[in-house]
Write a protein that binds this ligand. Structure first.
Ligand SMILES: [Zn+2]
Ligand SMILES: [Zn+2]
Length: 129
């Protein structure tokens, strides 16, 4: 079954659609913390399954060392982290998302005040390939 999720940024200027979300999980790395204000809850999606419905011209890209960060240039909403072939799409923008979290990455760098409250597997850095 093909599942389609719709997402929109804070100002509503950018809208997108995601097909076949693969997994929901958290990244606790310091880059995600600085980008979002806390950990990044994201949905793994194949690049070809992510399409802008509106406002692509508002999207700016911050070229970060590991994964370029795409965000709305009007309201600053974090949209997705480009992992190369896969996108890690910020979960909070998709109101109909109802996946259970299935991983925590980069837990070694987690903020001390962030308490993980689910039973999803935790990886100090990335999961073994
Ligand atoms: Zn926006
Ligand atoms: Zn991260």
């Amino acid at each position: 079954m093909t599942e389609t999720l719709r997402g929109a940024c804070l100002c509503g200027g950018v809208e997108y659609e995601v097909q076949d979300p693969e997994a929901l999980g958290y990244c606790h790395c310091t880059r995600c913390q600085r980008w979002t204000g806390s950990s990044l809850a994201g949905v793994v999606v194949a690049e070809e399954n992510f399409k802008f419905a509106k406002g692509e011209d508002l999207v700016n890209r911050y070229e970060s060392e590991f994964a370029p960060r795409n965000f709305c240039s009007n309201c600053g909403s974090s949209l997705y982290d480009d992992l190369g072939g896969k996108y890690f799409v910020a979960a909070g923008l998709m109101r109909d998302l109802d996946l259970e979290p299935s991983f925590h990455l980069q837990v070694a760098y987690k903020a001390s005040w962030h308490q993980i409250g689910d039973d999803a597997p935790q990886f100090a850095e990335n999961p073994p390939a």
